[in-house]
Design a protein around this ligand. Structure first.
Ligand SMILES: NC(=O)c1ccc[n+]([C@@H]2O[C@H](COP(=O)([O-])OP(=O)(O)OC[C@H]3O[C@@H](n4cnc5c(N)ncnc54)[C@H](OP(=O)(O)O)[C@@H]3O)[C@@H](O)[C@H]2O)c1
Length: 261
């Protein structure tokens, strides 16, 4: 059966690819962007800034007036900030948390009343493998994804009674615009210079990362299959991370080695 699907951050990367696949499969897709006029898409692209509640309200109302329901919401919009934690200003930390964590909550505050009323729905939150383990130079990003991970696990208990599925999709690093758009530290501290160079040289981000299609395939499945799992990891280290989490000292050694620190 065709579904009505809202996917935030559909102007590029995972969001755009997933929205295209869902649209081609015949679903009614509403993607979002802060600047929809700057992008051409086959699916409908609504204006939404997940940090701005009135824009969320307007977009959700548009969908409800035209289709009457939202079957699936994919909280995908996100930003990356790179650099050692001490170099980040409090305002920059707020910006990341407001987008990656509070943004999803704001969207759900507007979508869940419609799903509860319909006694049916699905929430898919895009977190990250960096939401499971600490990642050098991505501390605030990692914190925002840990927050969304914990939030979503609790949500799954609370929404089951309303027949609303809750799904976490946790990708490793894939080549999307997120690395080009990432913003860097605002207060450079020279003591971190050597550390930053080492981590940057060893990192598999940006051009070295794999193409994002497998993540869009997983999001497509999560949105359309009848009984999705809560936890869905994908990426080169996806299978080994839960095992390493059982042995924190080994996890630390492996992480240090892979980041050359
Ligand atoms: N790429 C990776 O390696 C990777 C790994 C793990 C998890 N993730 C997660 O996957 C999700 C998608 O990222 P991506 O890699 O596909 O990055 P991307 O290509 O940069 O796409 C990010 C999307 O988020 C939107 N966005 C950013 N800030 C927004 C805001 N305040 N309000 C509304 N939309 C906003 C952007 O749209 P506009 O600029 O048009 O508004 C864009 O469509 C993110 O949550 C990211 O953290 C990515």
């Amino acid at each position: 059966m065709n579904k009505t699907i809202l996917i935030t951050g559909a102007s590029s990367g995972f969001g755009r690819l997933t929205a295209e696949k869902l649209h081609k499969a015949g679903h009614k897709v509403f993607g979002t962007s802060r600047n929809p006029d700057e992008h051409q898409t086959e699916f409908e692209l609504l204006q939404m800034d997940v940090t701005n509640e009135s824009s969320i309200d307007t977009a959700v109302q548009q969908i409800i007036s035209s289709v009457g329901k939202i079957d699936v919401v994919i909280n995908n919009a996100g930003i990356l900030m790179i650099g050692p934690i001490e170099e980040h200003s409090v305002d920059d930390v707020k910006k990341v948390m407001n987008t990656n964590f509070l943004g999803a909550h704001k969207v759900l505050k507007h979508v869940l009343p419609h799903m509860r009323k319909a006694k049916s729905g699905r929430v898919i939150n895009v977190t990250s493998l960096a939401g499971l383990v600490g990642t050098p130079q991505m501390g605030i990003y990692s914190a925002s994804k840990h927050a969304l991970e914990g939030y979503t696990k609790t949500l799954s208990y609370e929404l089951e009674q309303f027949n609303i599925d809750v799904v976490l999709v946790k990708p490793g690093e894939y080549k999307t615009e997120i690395f080009d758009n990432a913003f860097k530290t605002s207060d450079e501290i020279s003591d971190y210079g050597n550390f930053k160079n080492k981590v940057t040289d060893a990192s598999s981000t940006g051009p070295k990362a794999p193409a994002p299609e497998p993540v869009a395939d997983l999001l497509f499945k999560a949105a359309t299959m009848s009984k999705p799992k809560l936890h869905n990891r994908i990426g080169p280290f996806a299978n080994v991370i839960p095992l390493l989490q059982l042995f924190p000292s080994v996890l630390k050694k492996v992480t240090k080695k892979s980041f050359n620190i």
